[in-house]
Design a protein around this ligand. Sequence first.
Ligand code: DGT
Ligand code: CA
Ligand code: CA
Length: 571
Amino acid sequence: MKNQVVAEIFNTIADLLDVKGEVFFKTRAYRMAAQTIVTLDEDIEKIANQGRLQTIPGVGAALAEKIKEIVTTGKLKYLERLKKEIPAGVLDLLSIQGLGPRKVAALYKNRGITSIAALKQAASSGQLRDLEGFGEITERNILRGIQLLEKTSGRVLLHVAYEDGMRYLTYLKKCKHITHLSIAGSLRRMKETIGDVDILASSTQPVKVMEVFVSYPEVTSVLAKGTTKSSVLLNDNLQVDLRVVEEKSYGAALQYFTGSKEHNVTLRGIAIRKGYKLNEYGLFEKKTDKYVTGKTEGDIYKKIGFSYIEPELRENRGEFEAAEKKRLPTLVGYDDIRGDFHVHSLWSDGSDSVETLAQAAQQKGYSFIGITDHSQSLRIANGLTEEDIQKKLKEIERLNKKLPDIRILCGTECDIKTDGTLDYPNKVLKQFDFVYIAVHTSFKMEREAMTKRIIRGMTNEYVDFVAHPTGRLISKRDPYDVDLQQLIDAAQEHNVRLEINAFPDRLDLDDTAAKLAKDHGVGFVLGTDSHNSNHMEFMRYGVATARRGWLEKKDILNTYSLSQIEKILGA
Ligand code: DGT
Ligand code: CA
Ligand code: CA
């Protein structure tokens, strides 16, 4: 499918136009179209060949022409022209936290900076502070942003590795020499970023399995090929490792290669104290080296004296103690979710209609969907006026009659202003089925002011949930400075649920914050923050984060029955 190619070109155009200083609505059109195209189920080439491009939301005649050119020639002349105006490295600067198009343009035009390395050099030697709109603080922020980027470089977001890993598994499953097959490593633990994908197989014909492994069509280079271990690079540069073991070691190897390393080190220590030796081949008696068990993970944990520990818990964060006391949580399941609370529609900055979204939710087997468009002052996301809300409420009422198998809840993602007041008056807020509040502006406030701001928002009687409570974007933006403990206490006190936002670069609250909040009696909601119907798939990453935060079904409103939810929300 060329969808990814088209989307990438459109995003690059938008970036280039931004740096050039083009008007906002023009770049937005490219970004919206890219966002839609990349998540279409259908091949864009097929749509183009059938002359249906303009049926894609946000694609008009001009964009349709450009898509046609891309799918037929693989290139776009317009992009080539733009690229001649601005060197490639300049766009890299946009990935640094806090650097918007205007600052990037200034760095390029006034200082000739065309790479992250050059920027780092200039910022650390104090050469930027006298540039208009910059200062010593900007320099420090730039260095911090570069550091953040370096910290996660070489790692990919969970959803990228998950999709690659699942496609690879589907391919390997066809190999008849493989008896057992599983994802291992950080991907099995569903960590928020992934270094490389680990796959484990059992077979009596490892050589043949390796041959199949390296012949996968998405492989661009084979880094190593042996009889027990091979490594390849995929066309998106992600590394995948495969280990092949014997049947009797499969459970031990799965346990070992799932990690985390910290979990394994602790487990091995405990095994030794109990008279065993544990490695990737099995559990053995320490004195005699006699094989005790190794076929399944469950057997190994049991022999050492624990109940089974779910992969998402294997981070050495208290799971052994809990397992020993039989107090491990029964984690929320990936199939326990009955609906999505955080979905944007065409009314604000989403690219699908409420009806399309509701039908997609129904297809997923959901019993409800919460449509949460932005509030009035968030102009860049086309926030809704009070008048729009009346129309939206009417539309949802009509659709609820038309689609009796799914309940559409009319929500809002209402901005918290800097003083903690909300972007709609109470007489408007009370008309929604539920109210999310969120920070989308003035991220740089002082800790105390930011904490007060959000807590004041939570005290409003119509507020139900706080969306993406810390505002972080993985590898792109630090959380805003907020006292998490105070936020958690306020959530508990005012009976406001905190969101685990499932959008892959947010996952906010993160796993450790979620655990902390749970330990203080806070309830949760999951929301994908979808901007089109395909984004609803991201729910699994929200569930994963919840599981990594030790959350159970009862902690998460999305697992409740519709009638319970309606009762709780008064909807
Ligand atoms: P990643 O790839 O950085 O996202 O994280 P992992 O956890 O997938 O790490 P990776 O791919 O280096 O290794 C996979 C698993 O193998 C790891 O989770 C635990 C196990 N492992 C690797 N090296 C060691 C080690 O030195 N000691 C122990 N006990 N286990 C290890
Ligand atoms: Ca790995
Ligand atoms: Ca690995």
